[in-house]
Write a protein that binds this ligand. Structure first.
Ligand code: ADP
Length: 607
C-alpha cells in the first residue's frame, strides 16, 4: 500500500486512476480528439463553399458545383464522424470507468477489512458509506465523461488556435484575446483563498450532513418515544442549514466572474466586429473579396469556440471536487492495516500480560491514553479493571484483541507477542463482550452462530440456555428463528447482552474480555447476566471492566486505573486494607448504595 507522501494529488491522482485501464482510457482520449477535430471540419468546408460563392458572385455559371458538393459532403461527413468517434470514445471510457470503479471499491473494502478494529469504532459509518457510495462513484463521471472531454477540450484550443491564425492573424488575435481574458478572469476567481478552501469545506459539510443523517435515522425511535419534534435533532437540522448557507454564499461570490466568463466566450463576435470595421477602413490596404470571406469565416467560427472552452471550465471545476473525494478515499487507504506476522505463532496456555505498554489514540495531538502499564491476568482467574471514567479501562480491554497496536511495550498471550499471531488466530482465542452491542438483522439462532458458525442447533440452544436466554427466546413468535428487528420483535438491552454472551459461550475462546453493562440494572436481569457470566468464565483468562460489586469482590486481582496508569493492584481485601484510592471508591460506592436503599425504603413507607 502506498504511503501518503508518495501519493499523487489532485488532477495527477485522477489521471493516475483513470489510466489504470491504460488501453481503454488512451483509446477514449484519442477518439475524442479525432471527434473534436472532425467537428471543426464543417466550419472549414462551409468557409470554402462561401468563398466559392463570393468569388463567382458575378457569374454563377462559373461555380464549380462538383467541388461545392464535395465540400458539402465533407461538412456532413465531418459532423457524422464527430458524433461517431465521440460515441466510440464514450464506449471505451465507460467500460474503463466501470472496471476501475469495481477494482477501487474492491480494494477499498479489502483495505477497511484489514484495518485494526479500532478504526471502525472511531470513524463513523456515514463517512465510510459516503466514500464508497459517492466519492468513488463520482470517479465514474470523471473517467467516463470528463476524461474524453478533457482530451478533446485540450485538443480544441490547439486546433482552434491554428485555424484562427491561418486566415488572418489580426482577426485571429481579436477572437483569441477575449477568450484569454475570460480565462484569466476565471483563474483569478478560482485561485482566491475562499475558492481554494471551498472544496474541502464543501466535502466536510457533506460528510457532517451524512453522519447527522445516519444518527437521525438511528434515533427516530427515541424521538418518537419522547414525543419530540423533528427539531430535537438540532444537529441534523443545523448541518443542513449551514450547508445551504455556505453553498449560497459561495455561489454568490462567483456570480460576477462566472457571468462575465459566459458572456465573453459566447459572444466573441462582439469583440471581433469592431476589429473588422477598423481593418476595413480605407487606411487598411484590403482585397475586399478575400477580406469579406475571412471576416465571414471568423464570425461563423467564433460561435464554435465557446463549447470546448466552457466544457474545459466545467471539467476543471468538477475535477477539483472529485479529486477531493479521492483524497478522502486515499486517507483511508493510507491508514496502515494491521501488520501480519510472516512467521505466526500459536500457543497452548493463555495468560495475558502487559509489559510497560504505552498507547495513544492520536500520537500527534493527544497525550498517552496508557502509560507504562504492566500486569498479568492469569488463566482461570478474574482480573477486574476499576477506576474513574476516562482512566483507560476500555483502552486496556480493546488492546487485548488488538483493536489497535501499542506505541511501545508489548502485550503477550502465553508468552507470545500478540503481533506474532495472525489476526485470525487472535480472534479465535479472544472473545470480547463490549457494551456497544451489535446484532444482525437475522434470526436469533444466526446471531448466536456468529460465535461459531459450525455449531449445531443443539449447541446453539445449550449456549442460549447457559446465557439465560432460552426463556425469553421461547416466548418469541418463531423462537430461535425469530428475525431480530422484524415484526416489532425488539429485545431489551439486557436480553441483547445475554445473546452476545451466548455467542461468546458458543465460541468458547480461552480468553474473555468483558465490559459489564451499566445500563441494564434491574435486579432480575442483573442476576441473570451474573449467572450467564459465571458459566462463561469457567477456566478462562478473564479481564473484566467491572461495575458490579459482586464481580469486584470475587475478582482474583483488581487493577485501579487512573489517568492511563495502574495506581493500585491487589485483591479486594488487600486493597481495602491499604486505605488508598480503592478503599475510598469503595466507601463512596457503599454510601451511594446506602442512599439508594434508604430512599427506596422511605418511598415504600410513603406508599
Ligand atoms: P475508561 O474506559 O476508563 O472510561 P477509556 O479507555 O475509554 O477510559 O479512555 C481513556 C482515554 O482515552 C480518555 O481520555 C478518552 O477520552 C480517550 N479515548 C478513548 N477512546 C478514544 C478514541 N476512540 N479516540 C480517541 N480518544 C479516545
Amino acid at each position: 500500500m502506498k504511503k501518503q507522501a508518495e501519493r499523487k494529488k489532485g488532477m495527477a491522482r485522477l489521471l493516475e486512476l483513470a489510466f489504470i485501464k491504460k488501453g481503454l482510457s488512451i483509446s477514449a482520449c484519442v477518439l475524442s480528439v479525432i471527434s473534436v477535430a472532425a467537428s471543426f471540419s464543417p466550419y472549414i468546408a462551409i468557409y470554402f463553399i462561401i468563398r466559392e460563392l463570393i468569388t463567382h458572385f458575378n457569374d454563377l455559371s462559373a461555380l464549380n458545383t462538383a467541388y461545392m458538393v464535395k465540400l458539402a459532403w465533407i461538412a456532413a461527413g465531418g459532423s457524422g464522424a464527430a458524433i461517431l468517434f465521440n460515441w466510440f470514445a464514450l464506449l471505451c471510457s465507460h467500460i474503463a470507468a466501470f472496471n476501475i470503479l469495481y477494482k477501487l471499491k474492491l480494494d477499498f473494502m479489502r483495505h477497511i477489512a484489514a484495518l485494526p478494529l479500532g478504526f471502525h469504532t472511531a470513524s463513523s459509518t456515514g463517512k465510510l458509506r459516503k466514500i464508497v457510495d459517492e466519492n468513488i462513484e463520482k470517479l465514474e463521471g470523471f473517467i467516463a465523461h470528463q476524461l474524453p472531454d478533457l482530451a478533446g477540450s485540450a485538443a480544441a484550443p490547439i486546433s482552434a488556435l491554428t485555424i484562427l491564425f491561418v486566415f488572418d492573424w489580426r482577426m485571429g488575435l481579436a477572437s483569441f484575446v477575449p477568450i484569454l481574458a475570460s480565462y484569466a478572469l476565471q483563474a483569478t476567481a478560482f485561485s482566491s483563498k475562499p475558492a481554494k478552501t471551498f472544496v474541502t469545506k464543501y466535502q466536510d459539510m457533506l460528510e457532517e450532513m451524512n453522519t447527522a443523517a445516519v444518527e437521525y435515522v438511528r434515533g427516530v425511535s427515541v424521538v418518537k418515544a419522547f414525543n419530540q419534534t423533528i427539531f430535537s435533532f438540532r444537529k441534523f437540522h443545523e448541518t443542513i442549514v449551514a450547508y445551504g448557507k455556505f453553498v449560497r454564499s459561495y455561489t454568490e461570490s462567483f456570480k460576477t466572474h462566472f457571468t462575465l466568463f459566459l458572456t465573453i466566450v459566447h459572444h466573441v463576435h462582439i469583440f471581433l466586429l469592431p476589429v473588422i470595421i477598423f481593418l476595413v477602413t480605407p487606411s487598411g490596404a484590403v482585397d475586399y473579396g478575400n477580406f469579406a470571406i475571412s471576416s465571414l469565416f471568423y464570425i461563423i467560427y467564433s460561435f464554435s469556440l465557446a463549447t470546448p472552452f466552457v466544457k474545459m471550465m466545467y471539467v476543471a471545476g468538477n475535477a477539483r471536487q472529485i479529486a477531493d473525494g479521492v483524497a478522502r478515499m486515499d486517507a483511508v487507504l493510507d491508514s496502515p492495516p494491521l501488520l501480519e506476522s510472516t512467521n505466526p505463532k500459536t500457543i497452548r496456555e493463555y495468560p495475558v500480560s502487559f509489559e510497560n505498554v504505552t498507547f495513544s489514540y492520536n500520537a500527534e495531538t493527544e497525550q498517552s491514553a496508557l502509560q507504562g502499564v504492566s500486569f498479568t491476568a492469569k488463566q482461570g482467574e478474574i482480573t477486574a479493571l476499576v477506576g474513574p471514567s476516562g482512566g483507560g479501562k476500555s483502552t486496556i480491554a480493546h488492546l487485548i484483541p488488538r483493536f489497535y497496536d501499542v506505541a511501545s511495550g508489548v502485550i503477550k498471550i502465553g508468552g507470545v507477542d500478540t503481533r506474532d499471531m495472525t489476526t485470525d488466530y487472535l480472534s479465535r482465542i479472544v472473545s470480547f463482550v463490549f457494551q456497544d452491542i451489535f446484532l444482525f438483522k437475522q434470526s436469533i439462532a444466526d446471531n448466536i452462530l456468529v460465535g461459531n458458525k459450525n455449531a449445531s442447533r443443539e449447541e446453539v440452544i445449550a449456549a442460549a440456555e447457559a446465557a439465560q436466554c432460552s426463556e425469553f427466546i421461547e416466548r418469541l413468535p418463531n423462537g430461535y428463528d425469530t428475525i431480530i428487528g422484524a415484526n416489532n420483535t425488539h429485545l431489551s438491552g439486557g436480553e441483547r447482552q445475554r445473546i452476545v454472551i451466548a455467542r461468546a459461550i458458543l465460541k468458547n475462546a480461552p480468553i474473555l474480555v468483558f465490559d459489564e453493562a451499566t445500563a441494564f440494572s434491574d435486579p432480575e436481569n442483573e442476576y441473570k447476566i451474573q449467572s450467564a457470566f459465571e458459566k462463561l468464565i469457567k477456566d478462562k483468562t478473564v479481564v473484566v471492566i467491572a461495575h458490579r460489586l459482586s464481580t469486584v469482590r470475587s475478582a482474583n486481582k483488581i487493577l485501579v486505573i487512573e489517568k492511563g496508569r495502574i495506581i493500585e493492584e491487589g485483591d479486594h481485601k488487600s486493597l481495602l486494607a491499604r486505605r488508598g484510592r480503592y478503599s475510598r471508591m469503595w466507601e463512596q460506592y457503599n454510601t451511594a448504595l446506602g442512599w439508594t436503599l434508604t430512599r427506596e425504603k422511605k418511598e415504600e413507607n410513603h406508599v
